[in-house]
Ligand binder design. Structure first.
Ligand code: KPL
Length: 293
């Protein structure tokens, strides 16, 4: 019998994972009241685009503890992570497995520090957009990379999601950072879907060069051409998605810019380097997000 799953963070990604995982185990999704009400009214979460349909799902709009032995998937945005984990901490016991899936750097350390226990840091390329309460557009079935934990890997695979166990999760964290450092700020500033950015190769290359340079200082040997190819492959694969940063700007919310471009700039400075392109996008996104809020 699979472990139950508890999802903290019912945005586009958390809701999508809840819907898909509910086909193979019990899922408790913690959601805001309008989203929770719509899910109950429809008899589940509505997915459109890939695998359309209504997926039955147990949803709570009042904070509830995870079931014993649950896999706790933390899918809140990076800027909400610390507070969400502080609220979760009293409910955890050694039977729980905590998995963090945010964009950006420093996520595993932050989570382990706040919870005082190790967590599983996963990297996912699933792409989704929150359309309306009770409705998520499932825009790309991307792979999820997990460090050694067979149980979480099995849950993913049983529910039909591609997943791979990897020894070097740090490499995937840096690759995803490069992807997010190009796609997220550019899409948020230009107001376009990810696929449109394929036309901006020289801009993407400049941003990737800076990320690769910082990664090297941190002991991650990435290659510019290979990383750029991965960024473009992600633009292709998620071409119809609006990035999470564009969704945040459009909704007048805070963005993850400090966890993505901001992290690149701060680490560059710590190594006596500069990352002027990432710094420029960081400032422009901050300005745009403030103007939109
Ligand atoms: O991670 C993403 C995001 O939007 O945050 C990508 C992979 C770019 C998909 O949109």
């Amino acid at each position: 019998m699979s472990r139950p799953v508890y999802i903290l963070g019912a945005g586009a990604l958390g809701s999508l994972l809840g819907a898909l995982l509910s086909s193979c185990t019990r899922v408790q999704l913690q959601a805001r009241s309008a989203h929770a009400r719509a899910i109950r009214r429809q008899g589940g979460l509505r997915l459109s685009a890939t695998r359309p349909g209504v997926y039955p799902l147990e949803v709570d709009d009042q904070p509830r503890p995870p079931a014993p032995g649950a896999v706790v998937l933390v899918t809140v945005k990076a800027f909400d992570l610390e507070e969400a984990l502080r609220e979760l901490a009293p409910w955890l016991d050694p039977s729980h497995l905590v998995v963090v899936l945010q964009n950006g750097l420093g996520i595993r350390h932050l989570a382990a520090r706040v919870l005082g226990r190790p967590v599983i840091r996963a990297v996912t390329f699933m792409a989704a957009a929150y359309e309306a309460p009770g409705h998520v557009a499932f825009n790309a079935m991307g792979k999820t990379y997990l460090p050694a934990n067979g149980e979480v890997l099995d849950l993913w695979r049983q529910s039909g999601m591609p997943a791979e166990q990897v020894d070097d999760i740090e490499t995937y964290i840096w690759r995803k950072l490069a992807i997010n450092a190009v796609i997220n700020p550019l899409s948020a500033l230009l107001g376009v879907c990810n696929g449109e950015l394929l036309q901006l190769r020289p801009v993407a290359r400049g941003l990737v060069e800076e990320v690769v340079q910082v990664a090297r200082q941190e002991g991650q040997i990435l290659d510019v051409e290979e990383t750029l190819a991965k960024v473009e492959a992600s633009m292709q694969q998620t071409s119809r998605n609006t990035s999470s940063m564009l969704q945040d700007v459009q909704a007048g919310r805070q963005t993850e810019i400090e966890w993505i471009s901001g992290a690149v700039v701060r680490l560059a400075a710590a190594h006596g380097l500069q990352a002027p392109r990432n710094q420029m996008l960081r400032e422009l996104v901050r300005f745009t997000a403030e103007a939109a809020s």
